[in-house]
Design a protein around this ligand. Sequence first.
Ligand SMILES: O[C@H]1[C@H](O)[C@@H](O)[C@H](O)[C@@H](O)[C@H]1O
Length: 577
Amino acid sequence: MTKISPRRDDEAISSTIVPQFKDDIHSDDTISNHNDIDINSDSDNENFDDDDDRIVIRPVNDEDDTSVMITFNQSVSPFIITLTFVASISGFMFGYDTGYISSALVSIGTDLDNKELTYGDKEFITAATSLGALISSIFAGVAADMYGRKPCLMFSNVMFLIGAILQISASNFWQMTVGRLIMGFGVGIGSLISPLFISEIAPKMLRGRLTVINSLWLTGGQLIAYGCGAGLNHVHNGWRVLVGLSLIPTVVQFTFFFFLPDTPRYYVMKGQFDKAKAVLKKSYHDAPDELIDLKVEELAALNSSIPGKTEFHKAINAVKELHTVPSNFRALLIACGLQGIQQFTGWNSLMYFSSTIFETVGFSNSSAVSIVVSGTNFIFTLVAFFAIDKIGRRYILLIGLPGMTVSLVMCAIAFHFIGITFVGSDAYVQHSGFTSWGIIIIVFIILFAAFYALGIGTVPWQQSELFPQNVRGVGTSFATATNWAGSLVIAATFLTMLQNITPTGTFSFFAALSFVSIFLCYFCYPELSGLELEEVQTILKDGFNIKASKELAERRKKQAARVQDLKFEPTQEITEA
Ligand SMILES: O[C@H]1[C@H](O)[C@@H](O)[C@H](O)[C@@H](O)[C@H]1O
């Protein structure tokens, strides 16, 4: 019997605009101003000439109509790229700050209160960040609508700064824990607002990809945290350096945001139309002024639909609308469901535990193996970046989840044969050394990481596109809070599960949840890639309408491909609705 002490590795304008094209194409097919998708009608649809459509798109308002037009023949502007990268520094901090703690906990030694941290202390310090993130994510969506996306991100920088300084200078357990909690406030705000910010500035055909950049920074941050952690492991007070390094991205983001604007949508919400136009103009430099004006008018028309005299009343009404409007409620179920699946299928606990697992199977350098696992997470997030708009969100989820299920089942089986049991905080392994079951565990954990990152690790962060403008802030808050609540529950119960239902039982539990999730996603998650935001609402109006969503997404993809070859004439014919 080999005894191994487990440790964590980490932790109305109405549709009135008629686009003119130099090349001949069905203009409605290309840029229809649609607001109503009748997914049940059998009537012929003259808008589309190519197949037996059951989708009828009627011309009315659509907040993205102008976006479609102003992005024709335009590559993504450097301005949008800059905004995306600066916003997604929040993703990096999310990853780095949740990632460095494992190494820091290992190397803290007796630096706090002159005694070794107990396992409970370590769990407390780790969970403090998830708790802080959970608390702040509940309020961050409403705050983003009241004060702006940019000020909220800058506020999160202040939280990161205070949290980090408290930790760097900590000489006792409580100062360290409070520092982690305050840093967690920053993580929660950033994890919500950064993808929201990006989805609001992104051209729709690239919305998925640009939002995944945030996830790339996130997983990259985790990877770098592991790498730095491994390098500083044996350096005296190395953990303080590790925390100190987190100050660099914080200061960089704060400084950049001094010179960068908020999203056009936010300016429109506040009635600052000139600012909105200026941002749109910089974002789409080739777009004619008429289109920019029209886009702003569209956003303003949508904004006026938010009921309530004050921001506070608007927020309360938004919460009501979130639960009472069927399409909103379905969006909420999907967004919270995906975030819950992401956390409850055990990825983060697997990260915590990987060091111990790899020790049991004969690897002495467990940090190096953890780097391989988080490196796989990063690389497959990159694969998701290329796949998310092309293959689609739904498909990558439906590839990822079965892969995760099989990997988890294989791990559960291997754990059974390797014979690992937990007593207190110690693991007892029957067959230690480099066994074939050990190799199976390593291989399937790496495969699990790959399938996770490809689908459920990435797709839930597309959450902003599920909600219409008037409930986007609160909707994404609820979803992000679900993520952090799940993260907190798993972090707090994982060890107890290992002890009480064995590692085989624990991995079987995750596998069962992952298996059930395949059906939930299959029946409830429509394909949203390339869809206009308004179309998302229409798809969710009277059900989850998977088939209609797939057809529509496919059509949008074809249109986008055809539109690439067209030349858009700025001259527009504007008629009354
Ligand atoms: O999408 C991210 C990513 O998958 C991270 O690796 C994980 O630690 C986070 O909990 C998750 O929200």
